[in-house]
Design a protein around this ligand. Structure first.
Ligand SMILES: NC(=O)c1ccc[n+]([C@@H]2O[C@H](COP(=O)([O-])OP(=O)(O)OC[C@H]3O[C@@H](n4cnc5c(N)ncnc54)[C@H](O)[C@@H]3O)[C@@H](O)[C@H]2O)c1
Length: 432
């Protein structure tokens, strides 16, 4: 162990990041910037080629920074797992989606663990960063790695350390976001802690990998439940004919015991709509129903229907039907100023409107096109003529690049799910 600790401390340890997506690439860059020699291993040849050409596909990763790290040979990408033979520390950042029946899909983790086991060697550290249910590190990964005959805590080290990246956040980046770490054994914790200390200001060790796994799920469940709560308050205020935004703003003046969350068109991204289900799934195996999680998911999933009902009601006032109406959706990324459309509720709204016969187009300054199994569309350019032609403009983002006064002036009807048009008083605006 001493030799590995020394290599980490003097930055001669070679690091591999497995899965160089939204989480893995920024992490790989952080290690490379600190002087480590880093390889990114991915199954997507497009990403591997892009990295090696210094071309960034992640909004938060600057091309210049990537290019300079690749040129100075601090960072490169590969499809080849056999390079792990020469690696000292491995960080796994592969996806953890849900399958068709909304159960955890840990196949990417299993695939990565299987491939690592072919090349694992003594004095190597393996850390799982993907969000997952409690028990994954110990019950799924450990047996695969120990099948090689190597012993955890003696020959190799295994830990879980959840990623907390917040895409688009201008202040909290990898370095200044405290990181939770837990090893299978105390030695594993020690090695993993030292590794992350090289690139992160504050490390928070916890007592077991299961605890660390639940910490991450608590963080995301907390947000999912609170967003569901304000979404329900939006529905309640709608019934009471009150402005939910005014209610929230006033409640937020309380200096203690209240934390602001805001309603919206639903939950999006790779984390909030998915991660809490990892916890509720695990609890179902223990004959317990995680009711808060299930209720929050139910309310958040209903929000796109609540929004489309508002659109229907708004069109109805001018004797129009959704069927045949021209509708412009502003913003398709799951939150403002980013380019990620995974699980975005805007996509659900578009699908529902199309199913009802609307002619739907979209604009998003960060998303040039949508290409999913069900939707293939390109972002349109908005001008006065286009806005005037629209029967309804649906705002699903409070993107900083839009001129809301100009949009309101030229639109016939606006359904604003984000209070982006706050301060503008026009009858044609319907708020959530
Ligand atoms: N995106 C976020 O904001 C965020 C934040 C915190 C935690 N997380 C968690 O981090 C994990 C990764 O999320 P992401 O958003 O980076 O996903 P992503 O899809 O952007 O990236 C994952 C990468 O892993 C690659 N991959 C898949 N299987 C592989 C394999 N067997 N070997 C090598 N590469 C493989 C994919 O090609 C992809 O490039 C997930 O568990 C997610 O829940 C994500």
């Amino acid at each position: 162990m001493e030799e590995l600790l020394k290599k980490i401390s003097n930055k001669t340890a070679r690091i591999a990041v497995i899965g160089v997506g939204y989480v893995g690439l920024p992490l790989a860059i952080e290690f490379a910037k600190e002087g480590f020699n880093v390889i990114g291993i991915d199954t997507d040849p497009g990403k591997v080629e892009a990295i090696n050409n210094g071309s960034s596909y992640i909004q938060d990763v600057q091309k210049e920074e990537l290019t300079s790290l690749v040129q100075s040979e601090r960072l490169r990408a590969t499809l080849d797992y056999s390079l792990l033979k020469d690696i000292d520390a491995i960080s796994i950042c592969v996806p953890t989606p849900l399958n068709k029946t909304k159960d955890p899909d840990v196949s990417y983790i299993l695939d990565a663990a299987d491939k690592i086991s072919k090349f694992i060697h003594a004095k190597q550290l393996v850390v799982l960063e993907s969000t997952t249910y409690p028990g994954t590190t110990r019950e799924l990964i450990l047996p695969i790695l120990e099948e090689t005959g190597l012993k955890v805590g003696e020959d190799f080290y295994l830990a879980f350390s959840p990623e907390r990246i917040d895409p688009g956040n201008k202040f909290y980046k990898t370095r200044n976001t405290p990181k939770i770490v837990a090893g299978i054994t105390p030695k594993c914790t020690e090695v993993a802690k030292l590794l992350y200390q090289q690139v992160i200001d504050t490390i928070v060790p916890v007592s077991s990998t299961e605890t660390a796994e639940v910490v991450k799920l608590l963080e995301n469940t907390f947000r999912s439940v609170n967003i569901a709560l304000v979404n329900e308050v939006a529905i309640i205020c709608n019934k009471l004919k009150l402005n939910v935004w005014e209610v929230i703003e006033a409640a937020a003046t309380k200096p203690f015991g209240y934390m602001s969350f805001y309603p919206g068109p639903g939950l999006g991204g790779h984390c909030l709509p998915i991660d809490p289900s990892y916890l509720s799934w695990k609890l179902r195996t223990l004959d317990y129903r995680a009711r808060f999680i299930e209720l929050a998911s139910e309310i958040n999933t209903e929000m796109p229907y609540f929004v489309t009902n508002k659109i229907t009601d708004g069109l109805n006032v001018s004797r129009k039907s959704v069927n045949g109406s021209n509708i412009l959706v502003l913003g398709v990324a799951y939150k403002k100023d980013i380019d990620d459309i995974r699980e975005s509720p805007a996509l659900d709204i578009i699908k529902i409107l199309k199913e009802k016969g609307a002619e739907v187009i979209f604009n998003d300054p960060n998303v040039p096109f949508i290409k999913t199994d069900e939707l293939k569309m390109s972002s349109v350019v908005i001008d006065e003529e286009l806005l005037k032609k629209m029967d309804c403009v649906v705002i699903t983002t409070d993107h900083s690049g839009y001129n809301w006064e100009w949009i309101t002036e030229n639109a016939n009807l606006i359904v604003d799910t984000r209070n982006a048009t706050r301060g503008i008083n026009e009858d044609k605006i319907i708020r959530l």
